[in-house]
Design a protein around this ligand. Structure first.
Ligand code: DX5
Ligand code: ZN
Length: 227
């Protein structure tokens, strides 16, 4: 089963004062999903927003809401993010002692369950939860900020995750430093959901469609080669 290619703009790089318009603009510009980065100033050294913000963003688009929780603990907030309109909820493998329980909770809430792996976390962290998973997020930078440089060593981890999921219908997502220059490499390694913040939200609203298309074209070309 080949998972579809999806480009997911991260609103971390959007103008929060114009949130609804920014989301509508990337929707119209060809985004497949909208990626929302939740940070708590504890698990990561930055603070963004919570479930109420997600709920306020929700009416701006019909597109899939992909909520990336960089918070610890995550369990007490899963229900609130589900109620706010998240469709995929991703927790970090490093965020708590009971990953299996967190994933069960997300699915019990009727949502798709994801696990994120920090750059230093080995792929094997997901080995025993594969059947509870809809998405694996391989962080290609250390989480916390937009605009950081892609870590090339993550290409090997993407390939390892691809081998581990062995044809299951699980998305492999990458997040951090994704540009038209890195999109081909991550797609070739096996990633099918490409998150990008600074590479999409640049150049003003009129540039968004071209920015998304450049990432998509690079990823599609690489996927074509490997078929
Ligand atoms: C980083 C966040 C990312 C961030 C990516 O911790 O999880 O989603 O927005 O930003 P870029 O694409 O600029 O590296
Ligand atoms: Zn993210």
């Amino acid at each position: 089963m080949v998972q579809p290619l999806r480009i997911a703009p991260s609103i971390l790089s959007a103008d929060f004062a114009r949130l609804g318009a920014e989301i509508a603009a990337v929707d119209e510009a060809g985004a497949d999903w909208i990626h929302l980065d939740v940070m708590d100033g504890h698990f990561v050294p930055n603070i963004t927003f919570g479930p109420q913000f997600v709920a306020h963003a929700r009416p701006a688009t019909q597109k899939h809401f992909d909520v990336h929780l960089m918070i610890a603990p995550a369990d007490p907030y899963l229900e609130a993010f589900a109620a706010a309109g998240a469709e995929t909820i991703t927790v970090h493998a490093e965020a708590g002692p009971h990953l299996d329980r967190s994933l069960q909770t997300i699915r019990d809430l009727g949502k798709r369950a994801g696990v994120a792996l920090n750059p230093a976390t080995p792929a094997v962290a997901i080995e025993h939860v594969l059947d509870r998973l809809d998405l694996v997020l391989v962080m290609t930078v250390n989480p916390g900020f937009g605009g950081q440089a892609f870590i090339p060593a993550m290409l090997e981890k993407i390939a390892q995750v691809k081998a581990m999921i062995a044809g299951r219908e699980i998305d492999i997502e990458v997040d951090g430093g994704i540009t038209p220059d890195t999109a081909g490499d991550v797609a070739r390694a096996g990633a099918n959901v490409l998150v990008a913040g600074s590479a999409i939200f640049k150049g003003g609203t009129s540039a968004y469609a071209g920015n998304i298309a450049a990432i998509r074209t690079a990823a599609e070309a690489a996927r074509g080669e490997s078929c």
